[in-house]
Design a protein around this ligand. Structure first.
Ligand SMILES: [Zn+2]
Length: 881
C-alpha cells in the first residue's frame, strides 16, 4: 500500500470502541504451514460507544474458515470479509459470542509479526498490531480481555507449549502423538500482549517468593543445548523483581513468569504478560560468547520487560499515541535499576551518549516528532529514541522538578488509580500534580513539542558587590510541522565552582537556586547569587538535568578546571568532552586550520595524563568514559549543516592519535595494573577495568600501530573472554594491513557456529572507516554467517555499515545506493527491519551539497517504487518532505 492511500491516524480523532470483548478463548492447533486458530469472543456493546454500531474487526493477511454467532454459523450475506477486515453490519444489539476460525502459515511469515516460526520454534509478536494476523479482532489497546488459550501440537516436534498467565491443564491426546496445554491469564489485557510459544526448548528455572509472600516459578527457555547460557538472564530477573518491590513497591502477580529466547526477532524483546519473548541476543550469555556490554544489556532489558508488568501491562495505553506512557516510564525505571546495580555516574554518562547520538540526531532531522506524536500512518515507525529515551528524560525531569517524595507518592497514586485501565499521559501527569500541589500543565509541553532546546548561558561576576549573575535563555529550532516553538520547562541543576570546590549558593535577591536548581520556564531568565567570594566557574546541567544542548562559553582553562574540581561526575566528564567538541567542530569543517587540534591535543593529553596517574584506578569505568572522545557523528550533528564527513573524521583521527601519543608512556603500567587475575567475572568493577584497559588499546592502535598490533594479537591469543578478544579485534581494525586480515580470519575460525558472536565480527568490519569497506561488506553478504532473513545479521552488517559515517556517506553516493537497494530487497519480506534501516538516512539534510543530492536521489528512488510497504513508504516520504 502506498502511504498516500494509508489513512493518517490522529490523536484528536480518538473515540472509544463501540464494542468490548470481555473474554477470549483461543484454541490453536500448531502446524508448520496450516495452523488452525479457533477464537471465541464474548462481545458486548460498550456503554461509551455508539449504540447499534456495526462490528468491524481488524485483520491482516487472514484467511477466514468459518464464522458463527452464539454458536450458529453466520450466513454469508450477514458479513463481509477481506484479509484486512471482517465486518458485521447488523450485529445483535445485546451481548453475544462470535466464533472465528482462521488458518495461518507460520513458516511463510517472514514479517515476524503475528505467529511465525524461528528455527522450528513457534512464537508470536503482537505489538503493535500483530494479533490481527492471528485472528480478526478489535486490535486496539483499550479493548482489554481475559484470555484462555488452549495449544495443541505434535509432541515430538513441539514438546513445550507456553502462553500468558498460569498453566491450568496439560495432557496427551488419545494416540499419544499429540498433546495440549491450557493457559489462563486472569488479568484483562489488550491483544498486543498476547503470546504463545511452542517448540523443543531447554530451560533453567528458579522459585521466587514475592515480598507479599506469593510463590512464583521463574523460567528462561532457550534453544536446546544453550541452557547454561541462560543463567545470567535468570539471575538478572531475580534481582530486578526484588528491586521493583523495594523501590516502586511492585509485586509480581502470577504463579509463573517465563522468558523465551528466539533467534529471529524484529526488536529487542517483548513484555507479553507472564511470557516475555526475547531476541536471543538479550538472553544468552557466557564469558566466551558475550561481552561485558552484553551482560549489562541483558540485565537492563530483562529488567525493562519485567518492569512493564506494571508500567504497560497492569496499566496499559489507551491508544498508540500514548506509547511513551509505557516506554518512557519503563526506560526510566530500567535506567534507575542499572544505576543502582552498577555505577550511577557511569550509567548516566552512557545513557546521555546514547540519547545524544540517537535522539538528538532524530530531533535534528526530517523524522523529528514529539514524545507523543499527534498523527501517524504507521505506528511501527514510532518505536523511536524520542518515544523511549527522550520519554525517559521527561520523567527524570519531572522527578527533579517536584522532588523525590512527591514523585514517589505520584507513582503510588498512579499505580493505585490507573491499575487495570488503558490510560493517557494526562491521567499520569494528574497524579503528580496532585501529590506535588504544583501545576504541571506547562511541563506537559515536553510531550507535544519536538526538537532539542538549546540553553544559552553566560555569567557575570561583580567583584565589588561579590555578586554573580547568570543569564539564561532558551530556544528550540523548528521541526517538521512545528515552525514556531514555545519555551519549555527546563530544570537546570547547577553549582558554582571556586578554587577549592563548590561555593555556597545564596540567592537573597530572588527565589531561585538555593538548592542548586534553577527552573528556566520562560524564554530567558537572570539569576543572581549573593556573597560569592571569588569569580566562580558555573557548572550547569549537573547530571544532565534536561535533554537540551547547553551553549556556555567557557574557556578551555575553565573547562579543564571543572574537570579536576567539579563535584559532579557528569560535568567532570562533560568538561573534557566540551573541550574536544569545540576543537573538532572548528577543525572538522572543510579547509579548516588544523592547528587548533595540536593545541587542544596538548591540553587534553596533559590533563588526561595527570588523571590517569592519580585517579584512573579508583574508578576505571569512569576513566574509560573520560578517555573516549565524542564520536565523529556527534561532531557532525554539532556542526549541523554543510557537513563533510571526511573532514570531521580526519580531524577526529588526528586528535585521537595525538592524545594516544601523549598517553603512550602510561600505557604499559596501566594495562598491567588493570589486567585481571583469575576467572572472568561480569560484575561492574571487573567490567570497568576491562573497559579502561581496552580503551587504552584503542588509543594505542592510532598512536603506535605496530606495537599495538602486537598487543592485539597477544590479547586475542590469551583472552579467556569475548570482551577482551573482541576489543583486540576492534583495535586491530584500526590498523590496515595483513595482520588485521589475519586476526579477522582467526576470529571467524574461533567463533564459527556462534551467530551472535559473528554478528560482532560482521559489525567490526562494517565499521572500518576505509574506502574498501563497501566491497568488504558486499563480500561478507555471501559469507555463510550472513542471512538477509535474520534481523540480527542485517542489523550487524548492513546496520553497522549505515552507521559508518565516512563510508555510508561516501562522496560518490555508492553507500547510499547500496543501503537503499538492501532496503528495497528486504521490504518484500520484512518491512519493519527495512524501514528501520531506511531510517539511517535521517541526517541527510545536514550534509554538504554533493552528498545531500546523492542521498536525496537514493531516497527518491526508493520512494518512487510501486508496492512499497507502508513502513518503508512512510519513512521515505517523511525523510523527503
Ligand atoms: Zn518497552
Amino acid at each position: 500500500m502506498r502511504t498516500e492511500d494509508a489513512p493518517l491516524i490522529r490523536l484528536e480523532d480518538y473515540r472509544p470502541s463501540d464494542w468490548l470483548i470481555d473474554t477470549v478463548d483461543l484454541d490453536v492447533s500448531l502446524h508448520p504451514q496450516k495452523t488452525r486458530v479457533r477464537t471465541l469472543l464474548a462481545l458486548r456493546p460498550n456503554p461509551e460507544g455508539q449504540p447499534g454500531a456495526p462490528l468491524k474487526l481488524d485483520g491482516d493477511e487472514l484467511v477466514l474458515k468459518s464464522l458463527a454467532i452464539d454458536g450458529k454459523p453466520l450466513d454469508a450475506s450477514a458479513y463481509t470479509v477481506t484479509p484486512q477486515a471482517l465486518t458485521i453490519p447488523s450485529p445483535p444489539s445485546h451481548d453475544f459470542t462470535l466464533t472465528i476460525e482462521t488458518e495461518l502459515d507460520p513458516s511463510a511469515n517472514t514479517k515476524l509479526m503475528g505467529l511465525y516460526r524461528s528455527s522450528k520454534v513457534y512464537c508470536t509478536q503482537c505489538e503493535a498490531d500483530g494479533f490481527r494476523r492471528i485472528t480478526y479482532f478489535l486490535d486496539r489497546p483499550d479493548v482489554m480481555s481475559v484470555y484462555t488459550v488452549r495449544l495443541e501440537a505434535a509432541k515430538a516436534e513441539v514438546p513445550v507449549l507456553l502462553s500468558n498467565g498460569n498453566l491450568v491443564a496439560a495432557a496427551e491426546l488419545p494416540g499419544g502423538d499429540r498433546h495440549f496445554a491450557v493457559w489462563h491469564d486472569p488479568h484483562p489485557k489488550p491483544a498486543y500482549l498476547f503470546a504463545l510459544v511452542g517448540g523443543a526448548l531447554d530451560h533453567v528455572r528458579q522459585d521466587y517468593v514475592t515480598a507479599d509472600g506469593h510463590k512464583v516459578e521463574l523460567a528462561v527457555y532457550v534453544e536446546p543445548g544453550k541452557a547454561e547460557r541462560a543463567g545470567w538472564a535468570l539471575d538478572s530477573l531475580v534481582r530486578c523483581m526484588r528491586w521493583d518491590e523495594q523501590v516502586f513497591g511492585r509485586n509480581y502477580d502470577l504463579d509463573v513468569f517465563n522468558v523465551v529466547a528466539v533467534s529471529d526477532f524484529n526488536m529487542g524483546a517483548m513484555e507479553n504478560k507472564g511470557l516475555n519473548i526475547f531476541n536471543d541476543k538479550y538472553v544468552l550469555a557466557d564469558p566466551q560468547t558475550a561481552t561485558d556490554g552484553d551482560y549489562a544489556s541483558i540485565e537492563a532489558i530483562i529488567a525493562h520487560e519485567y518492569f512493564h508488568n506494571w508500567t504497560g501491562n497492569r496499566i496499559t495505553c489507551r491508544d498508540w499515541f500514548q506509547l511513551c506512557l509505557k516506554e518512557g516510564l519503563t526506560v526510566f525505571r530500567d535506567q534507575e535499576f542499572s544505576a543502582d546495580e552498577r555505577s550511577r555516574p557511569v550509567k548516566r554518562i552512557a545513557d546521555v551518549r546514547t540519547l545524544r547520538s540517537t535522539q538528538f540526531s532524530e530531533d535534528a532531522g526530517p523524522l523529528a516528532h514529539p514524545v507523543r506524536p499527534r498523527a501517524y500512518k504507521e505506528i511501527n515507525n514510532f518505536y523511536t529514541p524520542t518515544v523511549y529515551e527522550k520519554g525517559a528524560e521527561v520523567i527524570r525531569m519531572l522527578k527533579v522538578l517536584i522532588g523525590d517524595d512527591a514523585f514517589k507518592r505520584g507513582m503510588d497514586l498512579y499505580f493505585e488509580r490507573c491499575d487495570g485501565t488503558a490510560a493517557t499521559i494526562e491521567e499520569f501527569l494528574a497524579c503528580f500534580a496532585e501529590t506535588s500541589g504544583q501545576n504541571i500543565d506547562h511541563f506537559a509541553r515536553w510531550y507535544e513539542q519536538a526538537g532539542t532546546p538549546t540553553i544559552v548561558a553566560s555569567g557575570r561576576y561583580d567583584a565589588a558587590a561579590k555578586r554573580y549573575t547568570l543569564d539564561l535563555a532558551q530556544s528550540t529550532p523548528p521541526t517538521p510541522g512545528q515552525a514556531e516553538k514555545l519555551p519549555v520547562v527546563l530544570p537546570i541543576t547547577l553549582g558554582l565552582v571556586g578554587a577549592k570546590g563548590d561555593l555556597p549558593l545564596k540567592t537573597a535577591s530572588n527565589a531561585y537556586a538555593g538548592d542548586g536548581l534553577v527552573v528556566l520556564d520562560q524564554s530567558s531568565l537572570s539569576v543572581t547569587f549573593d556573597d560569592v567570594a571569588e569569580a566562580p566557574i558555573p557548572s550547569l546541567m549537573r547530571g544532565f538535568s534536561a535533554p537540551a544542548r547547553l551553549d556556555l562559553d567557557l574557556s578551555d582553562a575553565d573547562l579543564l578546571r571543572l574537570f579536576s574540581a567539579d563535584s559532579d561526575s557528569f560535568n567532570r566528564w562533560q568538561s573534557l568532552q566540551s573541550v574536544a567538541t569545540r576543537a573538532l567542530v572548528t577543525a572538522g569543517k572543510p579547509g579548516a586550520d588544523a592547528d587548533v587540534l595540536t593545541a587542544t591535543a596538548g591540553k587534553l593529553g596533559e590533563a588526561l595524563q595527570a588523571f590517569l596517574k592519580s585517579d584512573a584506578l579508583s574508578d576505571p569505568a569512569f576513566a574509560a568514559q573520560v578517555l573516549r572522545l565524542p564520536a565523529p557523528a556527534d561532531i557532525a550533528r554539532e556542526i549541523g549543516g554543510d557537513v563533510d564527513p571526511d573532514a570531521i573524521f580526519a580531524a577526529h583521527r588526528k586528535l585521537s592519535g595525538a592524545i594516544g601519543k601523549a598517553l603512550l608512556g602510561e600505557l604499559p603500567g596501566l594495562r598491567g595494573a588493570l589486567a585481571s587475575s583469575g576467572a572472568y567475572r561480569p560484575d561492574a568493577a571487573s567490567a570497568g577495568r576491562r573497559a579502561l584497559r581496552n580503551e587504552l588499546l584503542g588509543l594505542a592502535a592510532l598512536a603506535a600501530p605496530a606495537e599495538a598490533a602486537d598487543l592485539c594479537e597477544e590479547q586475542f591469543a590469551a583472552g579467556d573472554n569475548l570482551t577482551d578478544r573482541l576489543a583486540a579485534l576492534a583495535a586491530m581494525t584500526l590498523i590496515p594491513g595483513e595482520r588485521r586480515e589475519a586476526l579477522i580470519a582467526r576470529f571467524a575460525e574461533a567463533y564459527a557456529g556462534e551467530p551472535l558472536v559473528l554478528d560482532k565480527w560482521l559489525m567490526a568490519q562494517a565499521l572500518i572507516a576505509e574506502a574498501g569497506t563497501l566491497e568488504r561488506v558486499k563480500t561478507l553478504m555471501q559469507h555463510p554467517a550472513f542471512s538477509l532473513g535474520n534481523p540480527n545479521r542485517v542489523r550487524a552488517l548492513i546496520g553497522g555499515f549505515a552507521a559508518n559515517l565516512t563510508q555510508f556517506n561516501r562522496a560518490d553516493g555508492a553507500g547510499y545506493d547500496f543501503v537503499a537497494d538492501i532496503v528495497v530487497a528486504l521490504d518484500k519480506t520484512n518491512p519493519q527491519v527495512a524501514s528501520r534501516l531506511l531510517g539511517s538516512f535521517k541526517s541527510w539534510r545536514m550534509l554538504e551539497p554533493g552528498r545531500k543530492r546523492l542521498a536525496q536521489e537514493a531516497l527518491s528512488t526508493v520512494a518512487r517504487l510501486p508496492n512499497l510497504s507502508r513502513d518503508v513508504a512512510d519513512i521515505a516520504e517523511r525523510a523527503l518532505a
